[in-house]
Design a protein around this ligand. Structure first.
Ligand SMILES: Nc1ncnc2c1ncn2[C@@H]1O[C@H](COP(=O)(O)OP(=O)(O)OP(=O)(O)O)[C@@H](O)[C@H]1O
Ligand SMILES: [Mg+2]
Length: 249
């Protein structure tokens, strides 16, 4: 469904992506892991058509989005629901209006239909009663859940999450994981998650890709990742294991 071929990107002479090759399977949940500052968010922004590469291709359902502009690119962008690192809510809009935003922008639904959908989804993310609040009046975990509700409201074919649970407590993390698995069961969407939490990869990913020095150095299942002989993978994982226990961060 998503096929990335030899993708390169530099910023001011700093090579961030150095020939990414990656196939993300349809209807599955694929995690992208790697060190902080390694280019995970940059890679995601290419996948959703927000950044253009210096060279290389990204095929979404067979169409190379790096060659598309204007309305043809927008048509592909509408396949995506995106939860940005940090949430990226509209601060001047209420929780309700944040979640309703895509429906108002992109559909012809009337306000009653919109209300029905927004309230149903806010209930699913346990935020009923918060409709009238603004993003700075709710907690970080709540903001994440609003961002997830906003990403899911269009029932997109592809859901992209950048660090969906980083900084959240274990219970909120579980709630968010349940939302993700529930959503993919319902709509069979393809999911891409950037995370540096190995625990999260083991708990919810079907596949995992490791980004290192601008390339994908491993693509495998979470179980095989843990026993991988690849020294880069081993280094990443053992860096997160202290005293025989997996550090969850
Ligand atoms: N728009 C930009 N202009 C210039 N440099 C950028 C831009 N976006 C990202 N970079 C640089 O690209 C590198 C990779 O950044 P990126 O945000 O993708 O890292 P990351 O793997 O997501 O890290 P983290 O785990 O901390 O979120 C960094 O050195 C960053 O400074
Ligand atoms: Mg990032």
């Amino acid at each position: 469904m998503i096929k990335i071929v030899d993708l390169w990107k530099s910023f001011n002479g700093q090579e961030v992506l150095r020939g990414i090759d990656l196939e993300i399977p349809k209807g599955k949940r694929t995690a992208i892991i790697g060190r902080s500052g390694g280019g995970k968010s940059v890679l995601l922004k290419h996948i959703i058509g927000l950044l253009k590469p210096d060279r290389g291709s990204i095929y979404i359902d067979g169409e190379d989005i790096t060659r598309l502009r204007g309305e043809r690119l927008n048509r592909i962008k509408r396949k995506f629901g995106v939860v940005f690192q940090g949430g990226a809510l509209f601060d001047s809009l209420t929780i309700y209006d944040n979640v309703a935003f895509p429906l108002r922008e992109l559909t012809d639904l009337d306000e009653e239909e919109i209300r029905e959908r927004v309230e149903r989804l806010l209930e699913e993310v346990s935020l009923s009663g918060m409709e009238g609040k603004y993003p700075d009046e709710i907690s970080g975990g709540m903001r994440k859940r609003v961002a997830i509700a906003r990403a899911m409201i269009m029932e997109p074919e592809i859901l992209v999450f950048d660090e969906p649970t980083t900084g959240l407590d274990p219970i909120t993390t579980k709630t968010i994981h349940a939302l993700m698995t529930g959503c993919s069961r319902k709509t069979n969407c393809t999911e891409v998650i950037v995370t540096h939490r190995i625990r999260e990869v083991l708990d919810i990913a079907h596949f995992v890709a490791m980004l290192h020095e601008g390339r994908i150095v491993e693509f495998t299942t979470p179980q095989e990742l843990i026993t991988s002989e690849n020294p880069i993978v081993r280094g990443f994982i053992t860096g997160k294991v202290k005293g025989g226990k997996l550090q969850d961060f």
